[in-house]
Each structure stands twice: as structure tokens, then as C-alpha cells.
Design a binder for this molecule. Structure first.
Ligand SMILES: Cc1cc2nc3c(=O)[nH]c(=O)nc-3n(C[C@H](O)[C@H](O)[C@H](O)COP(=O)(O)OP(=O)(O)OC[C@H]3O[C@@H](n4cnc5c(N)ncnc54)[C@H](O)[C@@H]3O)c2cc1C
Length: 504
């Protein structure tokens, strides 16, 4: 049977020339539009449709731009559901948006769509210190949760470098990682349940506090689905105990390859530190200019290693990390003397992209992942790719996870610069995949990597993913054009146009 998607239901009906959506059927005397229905539901202050107001929603923190029909700011789950039902009435696509710090274009409409902005669902609803759980609104900022639980000796473990700005809903949708996800696992490991508005505007509950919820466990399906399966409105997260002892080390090297070798060696020795982050010299210079943190800018690269646990274990593991680093060619090893020094090191790490953003007109942040044993090899290739395109490249990455973040600083006003950046990006992804890695370590697929999905999935895999998506959203109204390439199943194409005639 043909799916709704293949029949072209995705295309908004009755779209007027000004881009606003008219009512499919309605009163002849009172003009009705999606916008006026939204205003009737949320009030005019929370419905933005003026082109100037919409400028801020044109893009996320990446480079791709798109256009919204309108952006709405609901404050409750019921308002989110009402907005989805209205969009559905006008057959308008819906894109969920958190803080817009995504780097893959996930929150950027691929076609004119209603943006449902979740930032006002920002209440921490319940903290259960005994059960070590919290219910939060999807718009709660990641760092705000750890701040709110600090007095209880607890924190929310996934800590993307953007944690002061990104929402936990956005983290769920992208399965965000962070420096401390090496030992603790990425977002998916920390999500017990969530409330979600479906494509039909219904509200469903997925998962629960129970360790083994009955029925199909859909948490792993929704986490990382980038707003294509539903809009998450509330999230039940695990809280993690603050460690009794922490040792943070800054190790310098004469080459990035030596730093990468120390990372692979540490993991091979059976030690999984809380974090293993590498920064190269150009990035260190940019960060030093930004935060004046007394970084060793003469070194070619530094490794930031953090060990946590009981004091005796931390001390023993730190000795092993130091020995392995010296064997790999470390030129100095410094241990943070106190919490203030440690905080400064992490400030340096987490300010890296901000440092470049204030120094360069534009930047493009790559995100791939490779097996840790291939770090040295792929890093060497990545520098060569940057050089062959004449690009200024800076590197900082979650090395312990094999997650690479080459960052290219450029000026988009220079003719041809964006094309060179994108061509280099594709070569870097291909090099990572050829080494046994994958398309993205944590930022997601969004629009940026959608057309590269065929590098890691064959048509049968893609079709299975597209079928799953259709089960949640038969009409393809949620974040259309994202994650799965056109033709993965059908989208706005007829099945007959697919490779192989669309035989299913
Ligand atoms: C300086 C900087 C550093 C970064 N460091 C990291 C890092 O260390 N690790 C990492 O993983 N990422 C990192 N990122 C990327 C980004 O911060 C994450 O992807 C983050 O999870 C996005 O959250 P957001 O609230 O900004 O979501 P948005 O950018 O608004 O949206 C991202 C995606 O999630 C969907 N979405 C958002 N909210 C919801 C919801 N409630 N329900 C359903 N779908 C939703 C959107 O449709 C979109 O597809 C970094 C970004 C920057 C700018």
C-alpha cells in the first residue's frame, strides 16, 4: 500500500503566495489562517511571523539556513499539542526547536514549517534525591539542572560543551554527548522516560521510573530521533552522584599524533577516565586569547584527562595515565592543584568554540567518530585534507570516544570559501567512515549529513528506518527532509521513482 508520504501529503495545502497557510475549509466571511488560529490559541505575543522576528530562527549554530512560516512559544504540553493539531489541520510541517545550538541544521526548516520553540517549558518539575531522578521540562538548560542538584551532591552527567545554552529536550533529540560521556555514557543512558506530543497532537508517556518498563521500550527509539518522531515536552532523567575524588591532568605533547596515541594507549590499558579531551595548538592559542587561562600554547597539543572515584583508585589510575602519556612522548604533566585550577581547565575546554566564534567571521564545526585505535591515522588524514583545501583548521575533541571535531575558521564572504569548507567536510567524513567510523559522534544528522547516510547504511537499513518513522508520523509532518535522504523510502516522491522501482 502506498504510504501517505508517497502521495505528497507532505506538501502544505492551500499555501497562499505570501507563504501563509489558508484554511482547508472554513468561513467565507472571516479569513482563517494557521497564523490566526495560533494567535487565538497562544495570544499574539507568543506567535512570531514577521520576517524580522523569524530571522533568529533561520539557522541553528551550524551554517545551513531555512525559512519558518511562524515560530510559536508554547508554555505547556497542552499548548504544544494544540499547535501540532493546528499545523496538522493546515498540513503544515512542524519543526521542534530547543535553544538552536545544534550544529547539523536539525532545527532549521528544510521547507517552510511551523517552528515549535520549547524554551519556555523550562521548569524543573521534581527532584527525587533518594531515587536520584528528576522530571524536567524539555526547555530546561542542561547546566541549570546540575546547578539545581549541586546541594544534594548530585549532577546530570551528560555535559555537552554547550551545556550553558542547550536544552535537555535538544539533548534528548540529538542524543548529546560531552566530555564526561566517556565513562558515563551519552544522553540515552540517562533518560528513564519522557512525555511526548505525537504527530497527531496526542500526548504519550514513554518509559517510567521502573527499571524494566512493560511494553515496547521506545526510549532508545526516540532519543536521537532529531524531532522526527514527536515533540518531547517533559523528561525523566537519572541523576549521578558527584564523585568523592577527582584528579584533572593537563599533559603536553610535541604532536597531535602523540596525544592521540596516549588516548588509545590509556583505553587499551583498561582505564576509562571520566574524560579524555585533546586540543591542538591553534585551538589553544584561540582559547588563550579568549579566556587568558595560562594554557601551554607552545605545545603542539594538550591532553586533558580527568579521573574520578575513590581517592586510592584515582591516584593509581593517574599514575598509569601519566606513564602511558610519557611513553607516547608527553613533554610535561601537570595536575590541577585545586578546584579553581580544575575549573579553569574546563573553562578553557568548554570555551573553545566560543573563542573561535569571536575571532573568525565564520566557522564550520565537523563531527565524526572513529575507532580509538584509528585516531592517529585519521587525525593525520584530516590535517592533510584541511591543508589540501587551503583551510585554517583548529582541533578540539572528545578523544576518548574517538569523536573528532575539526573546526574550520573561514570568511563566508570570500567567494568559493563555503564550497571548499563543505568539500573538505565530506572528505573528512569519508576518511572517518573508511577507517571504520561513522558520520556523527554526537551532533546528529540533521540536514548536514542527510545525504551521506548511504555511506553507512544500505537501502534496506534506510528503508527500515523510514518505515519506523512512518509508524510515528504517517503524513511526514514532523521535521521533514531531515535525517533520512530522499528516496530512503519515498517522502514526497512516488514509490515508482525510487531506485529499484520502489519494490518493498
Ligand atoms: C559551542 C557548542 C558546543 C557544542 N558541544 C557539544 C557537545 O559537546 N556535545 C554535543 O552532543 N553537542 C554539542 N553541541 C551541539 C548542540 O549543543 C547539541 O546538539 C544540543 O543537544 C542541541 O540542543 P538545543 O536545545 O540547542 O537543540 P536545537 O539545536 O534547537 O535542536 C536540535 C535538534 O533537536 C530537535 N529538538 C529540539 N528540541 C526538541 C524537543 N523538545 N523534542 C523533539 N525534538 C527536539 C530539533 O528539531 C533538532 O533536530 C555544541 C554546540 C555548540 C554551539
Amino acid at each position: 500500500m502506498l504510504s501517505g508520504l508517497s502521495r505528497g501529503w507532505l506538501r502544505p495545502r492551500g499555501r497562499k503566495e505570501d507563504g501563509r497557510l489558508s484554511r482547508a475549509s472554513g468561513s467565507a466571511t472571516r479569513p482563517m489562517s494557521l497564523e490566526s488560529d495560533l494567535i487565538a490559541t497562544l495570544g499574539p505575543e507568543r506567535v512570531h511571523s514577521h520576517p524580522l522576528e523569524l530571522l533568529v530562527y533561520d539557522k541553528d549554530a551550524g551554517v545551513t539556513r531555512g525559512k519558518a512560516i511562524a515560530a510559536v512559544l508554547p508554555e505547556t504540553t497542552q499548548e504544544v499539542a494544540a499547535c501540532v493539531r493546528l499545523a496538522r489541520k493546515y498540513q503544515a510541517p512542524v519543526v521542534a526547536r530547543g535553544a538552536g545550538t545544534g550544529l547539523a541544521g536539525g532545527a532549521v526548516p528544510a521547507e517552510p514549517a511551523l517552528l515549535v520553540v520549547l524554551t519556555r517549558l523550562n521548569d524543573i518539575l521534581e527532584i527525587d534525591a533518594e531515587a536520584r531522578t528528576a522530571w524536567v521540562g524539555a526547555g530546561v538548560l542542561n547546566l541549570d539542572l546540575s546547578r539545581a542538584t549541586e546541594h544534594l551532591g548530585l549532577h546530570y552527567a551528560p555535559d555537552p560543551s554547550s551545556q550553558a545554552a542547550c536544552t535537555i529536550g535538544g539533548n534528548v533529540a540529538t542524543n548529546a554527548g560531552g566530555p564526561h560521556c566517556l565513562a558515563e555514557g551519552t544522553t540515552v543512558v540517562h533518560i528513564l522516560g519522557m512525555e511526548m506530543v505525537t504527530a497527531t497532537g496526542d500526548v504519550v508517556m514513554i518509559g517510567s521510573k521502573a527499571p524494566d518498563p512493560s511494553g515496547l521500550d521506545l526510549r532508545g527509539v526516540v532519543v536521537g530521533s532529531e524531532g522526527t518522531l514527536g515533540i518531547v515536552t517533559k523528561i525523566l532523567v537519572k541523576l549521578t552522584e558527584n564523585p568523592p575524588a577527582i584528579r584533572t591532568m593537563l599533559v603536553t605533547f610535541d604532536s597531535i599524533q602523540a596525544a592521540a596515541a596516549a588516548v588509545s594507549g590509556t583505553i587499551a590499558a583498561g582505564i576509562v577516565p571520566a574524560a579524555l579531551e585533546v586540543m591542538d595548538q591553534p585551538m589553544m592559542i584561540a582559547v588563550e586569547g579568549f579566556i587568558h587561562g595560562d594554557l601551554p600554547v607552545d605545545a603542539a597539543a594538550v591532553l586533558l584527562a580527568e579521573l574520578v572515584g575513590l581517592e586510592a583508585g584515582v591516584a593509581a589510575e593517574a599514575d598509569v595515565v601519566e606513564r602511558i602519556a610519557i611513553e607516547a612522548g608527553a613533554t610535561s604533566v601537570k595536575v590541577a592543584a585545586d578546584e579553581a585550577e580544575r575549573a579553569l581547565l574546563w573553562k578553557a575546554r568548554k570555551s573553545a568554540f566560543g573563542a573561535v566564534a569571536q575571532a573568525a567571521p565564520d566557522y564550520y564545526l565537523h563531527d565524526t567518530v572513529v575507532p580509538r585505535t584509528k585516531l592517529v591515522d585519521v587525525m593525520t588524514q584530516i590535517y592533510a585534507i584541511g591543508e589540501s583545501h587551503g583551510l585554517e583548521m583548529l582541533n578540539v575533541f572528545h578523544a576518548g570516544d574517538g569523536n573528532l571535531h575539526p573546526l574550520v575558521a573561514y570568511d563566508a564572504r570570500e567567494p568559493g570559501s563555503e564550497q571548499r569548507v563543505r568539500a573538505a567536510a565530506e572528505e573528512m567524513v569519508r576518511a572517518s567512515v573508511a577507517a571504520g567510523g561513522s558520520l556523527t559522534g554526537e551532533h546528529g544528522i540533521g540536514l548536514e549529513k542527510r545525504d551521506l547516510m548511504g555511506l553507512v547504511f544500505d537501502p534496506v537499513d534506510l528503508d527500515a528506518q523510514a518505515r519506523l518513522r512512518e509508524a510515528f508520523d504517517a503524513d511526514g509532518l514532523l521535521n521533514p527532509g531531515k535525517v533520512l535522504p530522499t528516496g530512503a523510502r519515498c517522502y514526497d516522491y512516488d514509490l515508482g521513482e525510487l531506485p529499484g522501482g520502489g519494490a518493498q
